[in-house]
Design a protein around this ligand. Structure first.
Ligand SMILES: [Zn+2]
Ligand SMILES: [Zn+2]
Length: 843
């Protein structure tokens, strides 16, 4: 590189080389960017958006992102040199960098925190990062041209299995060793991983092909046919192979071969004849490493024609996009919004842009991925939180390289390196899980995606059967477009909703534990007709708490102010906030009585009791506890889909994104705890939940039914759910929001103060609230108050709520004031180790 530089410049200029500096974003919660000096020989190599290696502090060496290049030396410190350049091209695009700055600003966190959340770990390197040999690189056989230093690294890896970056530095005895690591990664000789548990294991497919010497010329192949004539089964295998891999047309096709199971798939071919052919040396078996994102080579475009309503909705959306950047598609459950999305994505791809299709975590199922794969094939990338770091890094690189043009993904997909977006779809836009609670950045993926679309001049389509009040308000005031779909796909009807008064049923002795007689009979009836049932209960575990009948003792978490939930399958008491768990005691530790009783009920108890009450039920449970393993979620769905199970009991997980043809009944076991939640969004959430879960019942020919158990059937929300009356819900809610000052009329910022000492937390919150009141005005600051759950993970919590009227507040100034107040608080000696967190637009 430096030679090139000299060649391009006249010698006298080369002597006076310009000194450049780079402002870098370290993946750490630092308040500002740090400036490093670019060594002359790297002047041409360092680019904005690429990773460089720097030393931070006295020991730590890590990778960071170049945010800016300039010629101004920092005024207050001596800039250190950049040690190495990792990328010759940016891995973060310019629009992405602008978005990250917006996130840091808007959600009141640091750019380092955003970068840290955004980059897959495999793209973040530090002195603790580890390398291992690439799982399919064999140093003995594969002939790679390696520099002597690279050979040294490979040799050491053969002895040690894994090395940290520091080890490599020590091994080579040089400071700039990163380029060798980078080169080895590019040659696919090594990979990086963060933890042992994260080791990259490639997906391998067993393939077969005809042994090479038989396909060298046609004569050989003919000879082979003659030899196999007495064994018709083996001959069949060979013919089948040649049919699928026309070697006689192109001899090179044989090299790629065919997946072994594809060859055995044909009904009359047995695996044993294939194995015999392998033993004879006619066929040879080999492993091929495949991408984790299965490529559907045959673009079997679904014969997808939109229904009349869908086509109309699509045209309306496109029409509104001409005037507005954002449109809401409000379609009842089962109206077939996905088909409309797919059509719009195709439309967007034809004009050459990229598309992001956002879904909440629980709605991104294998069902939807397969459907999209069939349409978009290898252009589709999938971004899921259950993926390993290496898989995520693969999607990241795939978007940069142009391999993926459509990405379907969860919340964190808003961090991906799009640079040419033309359409963003935010499905189930009302979902609260789009908001990240902890750690920073506490962003809402819906708002972030809207900003991302804005920065790249893309259009945004929000979709929901039960839109959030804020979104609907934007449509009603004309800021956003609105398209409605009021009919279900096909001739399907919305389900009948019946309320069961559990208070009355109890009086009549008609409750069987948590099941009303009506619900039980209804379940039994469906099962006898070979139909399926979904039961919804908003709590996991067996019981939310247990209590001593004698002395009323209730076990509590040692670290949080919550009772421990009872999990029967492992006889454990568990905290759902911090994960603390202990064995269920046999006697009451307070009085010694053996009368410990479980109170309330969770999904596990529903499952347990139903098995006793209805032996004909094959019950499967779907909640956080049963879906921890990578494929367990898929397995539960597959079992239900194929009819192996006929009752699915679950939490919120069963309410979204699933379409089962044979479900004709949905039961909501306890509606009251959902409605009576202390939050200004409780009614909106309850409505959304009831409508969404009801939407799982009934398809084309089979009208569905929903049974809701409640102690208060006169609660007005049920009327709105039953008549599917979103309008009246919206009008009631927006009215209340206006009267009591809630979003969308105000912006809320919640400031949480945490400390291990209850008194310190309280005093700090009082001081902070006072300062905030002085700065923002009395009307704007509420609290401090003790939250409902006042201790989590040994830290006592206090909250200050800030309400900023949307019309009259300069948000940037107000946030500056809040940041200053927090900063000042921490300068006080009493409160220097108090933790303060600002949560903008809390969910
Ligand atoms: Zn007791
Ligand atoms: Zn806890």
């Amino acid at each position: 590189m430096s030679e090139l530089l000299n060649f391009n410049y006249p010698p006298e200029q080369a002597v006076e080389r310009i000194t450049f500096f780079a402002d870098v974003i370290l993946p750490l919660p630092l308040p500002k960017l740090y400036t490093y000096r670019i060594p002359f020989e790297m002047n041409d190599e360092v680019v904005v958006g690429a990773r460089v290696i720097v030393q931070f502090g006295s020991k730590k060496v890590l990778s960071c992102i170049v945010a800016e290049i300039h010629q101004n030396a920092p005024a207050d410190y001596q800039a250190k040199y950049i040690l190495d350049v990792l990328d010759d091209k940016p891995i973060i695009t310019t629009p992405q960098l602008r978005l990250f700055k917006w996130i840091a600003d808007y959600y009141m966190c640091t750019l380092g925190e955003v970068i840290n959340a955004a980059l897959p770990a495999a793209l973040k390197l530090s002195s603790e990062s580890r390398i291992q040999l690439h799982p399919h690189y064999n140093p003995e056989e594969d002939e790679l041209i390696l520099a002597p230093q690279e050979e040294k690294i490979i040799y050491a890896l053969q002895q040690n299995q894994a090395l940290t970056f520091t080890d490599v530095g020590n091994l080579l005895q040089i400071k700039s060793y990163h380029k060798f690591i980078k080169s080895l990664i590019q040659k696919e000789a090594i990979i990086i991983y963060e933890q042992v548990s994260d080791k990259f294991s490639p997906k391998v497919v067993k393939k077969v092909r005809i042994s090479e010497h038989f396909v060298q010329d046609e004569g050989m192949l003919e000879e082979l046919f003659n030899q196999l004539a007495p064994q018709p089964k083996q001959l069949d295998v060979l013919l089948n192979y040649l049919q699928k891999v026309p070697v006689h047309q192109d001899i090179h096709l044989n090299y790629k071969g065919i997946a072994k199971n594809e060859l055995t798939n044909s009904p009359h071919l047995s695996a044993s004849s294939i194995n015999t052919l392998i033993k004879k040396g006619v066929l040879e078996q080999f492993d091929q490493v495949v991408s984790r994102f299965p490529v559907e080579h045959q673009h079997k475009l679904l014969p997808m024609t939109l229904s009349e309503h869908q086509a109309k909705a699509k045209d309306e959306i496109l029409g509104q996009f001409k005037e507005k950047d954002t449109v809401l598609l409000h379609g009842v459950t089962g109206s077939g919004k996905t088909e409309v999305y797919i059509d719009l994505i195709k439309h967007a791809l034809e004009s050459g842009g990229q598309v992001l299709y956002l879904l909440p975590e629980i709605a991104l199922t294998a069902q939807i991925v397969q459907r999209l794969m069939k349409v978009f094939g290898e252009k589709l990338g999938v971004y899921h939180s259950k993926f390993s770091d290496n898989e995520r890094a693969e999607v990241w690189q795939g978007i940069l390289s142009g391999r993926f043009q459509v990405v379907v993904g969860v919340r964190s997909s808003v961090f991906l390196p799009f640079h040419d977006l033309s359409l963003v779809i935010i499905d189930e836009e009302h979902e609260s899980s789009y908001k990240q609670y902890d750690p920073a950045p506490r962003y809402n993926a819906r708002e972030t995606a809207l900003m991302m679309a804005h920065l790249q001049s893309a259009k945004t389509l929000l979709g929901s059967a039960t839109p959030s009040v804020e979104t609907y308000y934007n449509c009603k005031t004309g800021r956003w477009g609105l398209v409605e779909m009021t009919k279900r796909f096909g001739e399907a009807q919305l389900p009948d909703i019946e309320l069961v008064n559990t208070r009355e049923e109890q009086h009549r002795k008609n409750m069987h534990s948590h099941f009303s007689g009506k619900l039980l009979t209804a379940i039994e009836e469906r099962l006898s007709r070979k139909e399926q049932v979904i039961l919804f209960q908003n709590r996991r575990g067996y019981a939310p708490f247990i209590s001593c009948d004698e002395c009323s003792w209730i076990p509590k978490c040692k670290h949080c102010a919550v009772s421990l939930s009872y999990h029967k399958y492992n006889n454990e008491l568990r905290c759902h906030y911090c994960g603390y768990h202990e064995r269920m005691p046999h006697d009451c530790p307070a009085c010694g009585a053996t009368t410990l009783k479980s109170m309330g009920f969770g999904t596990e108890k529903v499952e347990d009791e139903l098995k006793l009450l209805l032996p004909s039920a094959d019950v499967q449970r779907m909640d956080l506890d049963t879906t921890k393993k990578k494929n367990s979620y898929q397995q539960i769905i597959a079992d239900f889909e194929t009819g192996k199970t006929n009752v699915l009991v679950g939490t919120q997980m069963v309410t979204k994104g699933l379409d089962f043809e044979h479900v004709s009944l949905v039961g909501i076991l306890n509606a009251d705890t959902i409605i009576n939640f202390p939050d200004f969004r409780a009614h909106e959430r309850a409505y959304q939940l009831f409508v969404q879960v009801s939407g799982r019942a009934g398809r084309k020919e089979k009208p569905g039914a929903v049974i809701i158990q409640t102690r208060d059937p006169l609660q007005p929300i049920f009327r709105k759910v039953r008549s599917n009356d979103y309008q009246s819900l919206y009008e009631h809610e927006i009215d209340e929001r206006m009267r009591f000052g809630y979003p969308p009329f105000v912006r809320m910022i919640k400031v949480i103060v945490k400390h291990a000492d209850e008194r310190v937390a309280e005093n700090a919150a009082i001081v902070l609230a006072k300062d905030l009141t002085d700065r923002l005005g009395k009307q704007q600051v509420l609290g401090p108050e003790v939250p409902y759950i006042f201790k989590i993970r040994n830290l006592f919590l206090q909250e200050v709520h800030i309400k900023l009227p949307r019309e009259t507040t300069n948000l940037r100034t107000a946030k500056g004031q809040i940041a200053q107040a927090i900063f000042n608080l921490k300068l006080l000696p009493d409160f220097k180790d108090v933790r303060v967190v600002a949560d903008v637009d809390p969910a």
